[in-house]
Design a protein around this ligand. Structure first.
Ligand code: ADP
Length: 401
């Protein structure tokens, strides 16, 4: 069975085609700069194998519909194609961002689901309308496939009230859905399952803390496979320090920016989402650049990384308390998988809590899961490459099978 996974961004479409029986990625690609004067496509067949071939093209794609039509052509291309007809695609798994309290699990998309995603748009004004565009365009291009929505928020729907409610007037929750939802759910689920597999223990028996550090960063406390708390809240702005997002702040900063500095809602939104985090602290958001500056002894970079890692450490402490002890901590995503410094510094001083890192192993780069804790460490610390697309493909497969 072939399953296409689609992730629609504001000006991009990322896609991967999986052969589920063979557990194989047939193609992966990305269409970028949709709607700009020139769009770009990178289409890779049989990625990471001996038969890998890459096709890059620049062309004008007016909208997501044109982008998706071109993807369909590439999938069937004489030289770079992997299927003969669009009908070979049995199902399309869509990454959907905000499922609110409506969608607690992966669902087959019908009109009711689309209405639900639309209804939740006030909670994710940037993402949900885009998801709908992606779904509708894909339904048009792949009319015979079953379309499935996998929500970023769904994994966190098991959180208890004490973790997801905010102490604000209750009407805001009941009438407007104001609560913590959490994001990156597909990644937290994927790596918590992969950690159990790696340790060869039932997921149900483990208390896990998952640390997803990409451009966006979030953590989850996972008890027996179920999320009981997570660091992002109503939106992906809360929690850890990120590339350009502030993470946790005193909410009164909002009044200060508005009343004292006279900024508008849009300006405050931009300041906290796009100009804060590591970018706000250092002027740059790529951790590689900031680490290079830290290595050169630059004070600003050293302080920013200290703030970044300290926030992670505080969340680890609070999640150990929330879980009543932790068996395994997993680092994942761009920074989590690639930065030995961030991993080491985030866990510094936690030896009394049973967390000890083997620095030599921590310095290794691996594409497979690795265990970076010492044999004596009570808590296992793992680095596991995340694979949200594969998780979406598996969930889609489970629903349509
Ligand atoms: P996204 O949230 O966009 O999916 P990724 O998970 O791909 O992000 O992570 C992107 C981030 O990973 C980059 O901004 C970069 O800071 C970080 N990163 C990638 N490689 C390294 C590295 N070798 N050392 C430190 N940080 C890295």
């Amino acid at each position: 069975m072939k399953i296409l996974v689609i992730n629609t961004g504001s000006s991009s479409i990322k896609y991967q085609l999986f052969d589920m029986e063979k557990d194989d990625v047939l193609t992966s690609g990305v269409v970028e700069k949709i709607g700009e004067s020139m769009s770009q496509i990178k289409h890779v067949i049989h990625p990471d194998s001996a038969e890998e071939k890459v096709k890059k093209e620049e062309l004008k794609l007016q909208d997501h519909r044109e982008g998706m039509l071109r993807v369909n052509e590439l999938l069937m291309d004489k030289e770079f194609g992997v299927i003969n007809s669009a009908d070979e695609i049995f199902a399309v798994g869509h990454r959907a961002v905000h499922g609110g309290e409506l969608f607690k699990k992966t669902v087959v998309i019908d009109q009711e689901v689309k209405d639900g995603i639309k209804k939740l748009s006030p909670l994710a004004p940037l993402h949900n309308p885009l998801n709908l565009i992606g779904i509708e365009v894909a339904e048009e291009v792949f009319p015979n496939a079953t379309h499935v929505a996998v929500f970023d928020t769904a994994f966190h729907q098991t959180m208890p009230k004490r973790a997801y409610r905010y102490a604000v007037p209750k009407e805001l929750y009941h009438e407007n859905g104001v609560r913590a939802y959490g994001f990156h759910g597909t990644s937290h689920l994927f790596v918590s399952k992969a950690a159990a597999d790696y340790l060869d223990k039932p997921l149900e028996s483990l208390n896990t803390i998952t640390v997803h550090l990409g451009n966006g960063c979030s953590m989850a406390a996972v008890q027996g496979g179920k999320c009981i708390d997570t660091s992002m809240g109503l939106s992906p702005l809360g929690g850890l320090v990120m590339g350009t997002r502030s993470g946790d702040i005193d909410p009164a900063l909002f009044f200060f920016l508005g009343k004292t500095l006279g900024k508008s809602f849009d300006e405050i939104d931009k300041l906290l989402n796009k100009e804060s985090g590591m970018k706000g602290l250092t002027g740059q958001n790529d951790l590689r650049d900031i680490e290079a500056r830290k290595d050169a002894g630059e004070e600003e970079a050293i302080t920013a990384l200290d703030i970044y890692c300290y926030r992670i450490r505080k969340y680890i402490g609070s999640y150990i308390a929330a879980l009543g002890g932790v068996d395994v901590i997993v680092f994942t995503a761009g920074v989590g998988e690639n930065s030995p410094f961030v991993r080491k510094h985030s866990l510094e001083g936690l030896e009394k809590l049973g967390i000890e890192i083997d620095e030599e192993v921590n310095d290794q780069r691996a594409r497979e899961p690795i265990e970076i804790s010492t044999p004596a460490s009570k808590v296992k610390v793992l680095v596991i490459p995340t694979n949200e697309e594969l998780e979406i493909a598996h969930q889609t497969y489970d629903v349509v099978r």
